[in-house]
Design a protein around this ligand. Structure first.
Ligand SMILES: Cc1ncc(COP(=O)(O)O)c(C=O)c1O
Length: 407
């Protein structure tokens, strides 16, 4: 191997050798990232040879491990092979893509849908295709990074876009922004349905009211909402009793759908436009057969087994109550994403370490993924958790909270 470790001034790699934070954290046993998982058994994982309760997965309905979903993925590989080897635009569209799109569109109540290879690419592609010169994007400050990157991509394609960020879920500030914008300039309001770190829910009815008043289109990211909220898991619109719709709905397949990929759904003309202008769709290979078949099966299960959604909601309510009673700050969480807000990075990593060593897997999140001084432990739950798992998570958290000086 030919690698150079000594660098000189002006060498591009110098900054890499000067980046030592990760190495230092590793040497103190306080580095939580990129931990390999060696196996899965229900809501438990094996990591470093030990069994841990998984309380940090987005596999909300447990479907990535469901035997029917696994089987569907295997069967699709047998029939169609392991890859489509090309983009949707050229040689990578299977009949399966189109069938799935029709079923997803029906599921979210829209005329058309379009699948991308990841959820991340869906936001990049749809947002950058839709918003161009002389147009406006209005975005919640806590929207997911992929939305922000979609905006960056749109900006990279034409610098003439105006971006307006409002305080998290703050309808008053959103209205002030909308009031200040010229009525005749096109606008897209983008929001997470369920916010990925805080676990709270977008105020869609109020947003819809403003959007109609000010002539704005709404783009709703349902990554953490579908399968999680609403009586049958149809997400934010259903959670608000169908009182308000978004113009475009996107979702990833890496969470409740137990696979990987994403889709955006809306009116036919809009989806067709995205199809022809989304660079991440046109210049990247399409979703492979195994993932398509897994999503198709998961969708069928979500439609036919709403009891999974209710079980998840019951678990989430129990954990929110449990953490609050123990004295943790869970912010404004209303869902299966429950942050334990700590603030201080060092205490957050110490708490994480205690949980990890005592058999509970969670995710520590620090700036820039959350605002500075809002470091947190992101916990999240699955319909396949057993009550005894949940009791254990609360028990270890109580002890760890005391040990790390949080409680
Ligand atoms: C709100 C939100 N949107 C989009 C994405 C991107 O989806 P994926 O990871 O499936 O590419 C995520 C992923 O975490 C997310 O949380």
């Amino acid at each position: 191997m030919n690698t150079t470790t000594t660098t000189t001034r002006g060498d591009l790699f110098q900054k890499c050798h000067e980046f030592t934070e990760a190495t230092e954290a590793r040497s103190q046993g306080l580095y939580p990232y990129f931990r390999p998982i060696e196996g899965f058994s229900g809501a438990r994982i094996i990591s470093e040879g030990r069994e841990l309760i998984m309380a940090g997965s987005n596999n909300y309905l447990g479907l990535s491990l469901d035997p029917r979903v696994r089987e569907a993925a295997i069967d699709a590989v047998k029939v169609y092979g392991a890859s489509c080897s090309g983009s949707r635009f050229m040689n990578g569209t299977l009949k399966l893509h189109e069938e799935l799109e029709q079923r997803l569109a029906a599921f979210v109540g829209k005329p058309a849908a379009l699948c991308f290879t990841t959820g991340y690419q869906t936001n990049l592609g749809a947002i950058s295709a839709l918003v161009g010169r002389g147009e406006h994007i209005i975005t919640d400050k806590l929207n997911h990074a992929s939305i922000m990157d979609g905006i960056f991509m749109a900006l990279g394609m034409t610098r003439q876009i105006q971006v307006h960020r409002y305080k998290h879920n703050n309808i008053e500030q959103l209205e002030q922004i909308l009031q200040s914008l010229p009525a005749d300039e096109p606008k897209l309001l983008v929001t997470d349905g369920v916010f990925s770190m805080e676990g709270d829910i977008a105020r869609l009815p109020q947003m819809r009211e403003l959007a109609d008043r000010y002539g704005v289109r709404i783009y709703l990211d349902e990554a953490h909402a579908i399968g999680v909220i609403g009586a049958t898991g149809r997400g934010t619109v259903e959670h608000h009793d169908g009182a308000a719709m978004a113009d475009l709905v996107m979702c990833t397949f890496s969470k409740s759908f137990g696979s990987i990929g994403g889709f955006v759904a809306g009116d036919e003309a809009v989806v067709d436009f995205i199809k022809h202008f989304a660079r991440p769709l046109i210049f990247s290979a399409s979703m492979p057969p195994s993932n398509l078949a897994a999503v198709m099966k998961s969708l069928e299960i979500i439609e036919n087994e709403p009891e999974r959604v209710s079980r998840l909601q019951q678990i989430a309510a129990r954990m929110r109550r449990g953490f609050t009673e123990l004295g943790f700050d869970i912010g404004t969480s209303e869902t299966a994403v429950i942050p334990l807000i700590i603030g201080d990075n060092q205490k957050t990593f110490l708490f994480w370490k205690y949980l990890y060593e005592n058999g509970v897997y969670v995710n520590p999140v620090v700036s820039p993924a959350v605002p500075p001084n809002r470091a947190l432990i992101r916990t999240s739950y699955m319909a396949i958790h057993e009550d005894s798992d949940l009791d254990r998570v609360l028990e270890v958290s109580a002890a760890g909270g005391k040990a790390a000086g949080i409680l």
